[in-house]
Design a binder for this molecule. Structure first.
Ligand SMILES: *[C@@H]1O[C@H](CO)[C@@H](O)[C@H](O)[C@H]1NC(C)=O
Ligand SMILES: *[C@@H]1O[C@H](CO)[C@@H](O)[C@H](O)[C@H]1NC(C)=O
Ligand SMILES: *[C@@H]1O[C@H](CO)[C@@H](O)[C@H](O)[C@H]1NC(C)=O
Ligand SMILES: *[C@@H]1O[C@H](CO)[C@@H](O)[C@H](O)[C@H]1NC(C)=O
Ligand SMILES: *[C@@H]1O[C@H](CO)[C@@H](O)[C@H](O)[C@H]1NC(C)=O
Ligand SMILES: *[C@@H]1O[C@H](CO)[C@@H](O)[C@H](O)[C@H]1NC(C)=O
Ligand SMILES: *[C@@H]1O[C@H](CO)[C@@H](O)[C@H](O)[C@H]1NC(C)=O
Length: 389
């Protein structure tokens, strides 16, 4: 259990009040402008709600001197898919139809059920952001492969949501991983115009205030509170080299991040030999007709093998493990992999099985763990956070 009565007492209810819930009549223009941006962001970001400080401020219990790479930090894989129902898919047909690259049934893409704000309030601190241009090649929006998640909530709008949330939760720090999402529109590519749009977004005056300006170094929690560490799962290889030089954050080049690999070793800082160990085995391609229980077992084994490595080796390196997976053409959707398929999977999905595993890892450093359907079972994140408390 997270025992944090002092935090709840000392922050009281005022910690729950977001800066955006104020009566309109008393609001300044800048406040109304922020309100407008947050309204635009809401299909992806959700609406600000009251939070339980045990989770929304869980980092307050760690000292400033804590190295981020020594922490256990929960993340959400493909968080932008949280509201991707059939109704949402159909409501976006007028956009996706323009391109002739229609999406498959929504359950193939959906990996979450709670909004960004709910994730933040529940303790999630790492977000796996997948961007690409909309069909007009003008605006960076959220996709998961062919699934457009919103035409109106741009990536930029949602960044203002993160900034506003951090202002209300100054003890916390976030990591935003940006990855170009391929297979979105028929002709969409990671070309120079996409890369320039992303560069401009991440070096805007607002971004400069909130993104840490260090490069290829993880710092301490104290340095990072109220700020965002940029995790660059992209290259700016279509732009002159001075653009890459100018952008802060930690570079996980897609050329080094081998696809569908359960055990990646990625040097993100060659000068200092700083290394990340990554588990990203997501396509559980064990052969058509295999059972969900078998595929869940394969994924659970890969994830726990990597978490045991995190607990027992390279204490000063980053560990980043993905508990998320799918085998859609075998009808093992992200939800079935994470949560099981009823009586077919008596041990549950990866998430249910991780809870007793986490309970055996008391006091261990596991690093960053990315979940699908992070809120199920309801004690998953709590059990993970309690490993170190
Ligand atoms: C979630 O999707 C439904 C169906 O498309 C929509 O009515 C609802 O407004 C969406 N929620 C948010 C927060 O946008
Ligand atoms: C917040 O969550 C903690 C941990 O689950 C719980 O003990 C506490 O009662 C909750 N507080 C409120 C105000 O709901
Ligand atoms: C968008 O850009 C791609 C090249 O990346 C191009 O093939 C396509 O025609 C463009 N679409 C529009 C609507 O301009
Ligand atoms: C990179 O160099 C070019 C040419 O000198 C310049 O136009 C551009 O503004 C520079 N970009 C950055 C991010 O420094
Ligand atoms: C870099 O660090 C790793 C351990 O994280 C070690 O195995 C490797 O030998 C080091 N490489 C160099 C060139 O020092
Ligand atoms: C998973 O690991 C367990 C324990 O080592 C083993 O018995 C089981 O066969 C593995 N599952 C698969 C599908 O390989
Ligand atoms: C999930 O369970 C349903 C109902 O028993 C079954 O029809 C379906 O084939 C199962 N799917 C998988 C991937 O096991």
């Amino acid at each position: 259990m997270l025992a944090l009565p002092l935090i709840i007492l000392s922050l009281g209810l005022s910690a729950f009040a977001s800066p955006i819930v104020q009566p309109r009549g008393s609001s300044s223009l800048s406040h109304l402008a922020l309100q407008k941006v947050l309204d635009d962001a809401s299909p992806i970001f959700g609406y600000f709600t009251k939070a339980n400080a045990s989770y929304s401020s869980w980092m307050s219990q760690y000292p400033d001197s804590t190295q981020l790479i020594h922490m256990n930090i929960p993340g959400a894989h493909d968080p932008q898919t949280w509201n991707y129902s059939l109704a949402t898919q159909e409501s976006l047909n007028h956009v996706t139809d323009l391109d002739g690259n229609p999406p498959a049934p929504p359950e193939f893409y959906r990996c979450q059920e709670k909004s960004f704000i709910d994730m933040l309030n529940a303790g999630i601190r790492v977000f796996d952001i997948r961007y690409a241009f909309d069909v007009t090649n003008s605006t960076l929006v959220y996709w998961h492969s062919q699934a457009l998640l919103s035409e109106t909530a741009t990536v930029e709008d949602t960044l203002f949501g993160f900034y506003a949330w951090l202002d209300a939760h100054p003890t916390e720090t976030l990591m935003l991983s940006f990855q170009y999402e391929g297979s979105t529109t028929l002709h969409g590519t990671d070309d120079a115009s996409v890369q320039l749009a992303l560069f401009n977004l991440l070096t805007s005056p607002a971004a400069n205030n909130y993104f840490l300006q260090e490069k290829d170094q993880f710092g301490t929690l104290g340095q990072a509170r109220g700020k965002i560490t940029l995790l660059k799962r992209f290259d700016l290889d279509q732009l002159p080299a001075n653009y890459s030089t100018a952008l802060p954050g930690i570079h996980f080049s897609p050329s080094l991040w081998t696809d569908n690999d359960p055990d990646i070793t990625l040097v993100y800082n060659t000068a200092e030999n700083l290394t990340a160990y990554i588990e990203d085995f997501y396509e559980i391609d064990s052969g058509l007709g295999t059972s969900a229980a078998h595929n869940i077992d394969l994924k659970y084994n890969a994830t726990t093998a990597h978490l045991i490595k995190a607990a027992t080796s390279y204490p000063d390196s980053l560990f980043w493990s993905f508990a998320s997976s799918e085998y859609d053409i075998n009808l093992d959707t992200p939800m079935i992999m994470a949560l099981g398929n009823g009586t077919d999977t008596p041990l549950g999905g990866v998430n249910q099985r991780l809870i007793p595993f986490f309970e055996t890892m008391k006091g261990k450093r596991l690093g960053i763990v990315m979940f699908d359907f992070f809120d199920t079972p309801s004690n998953l994140v709590e059990t993970f956070l309690c490993i170190m408390s």
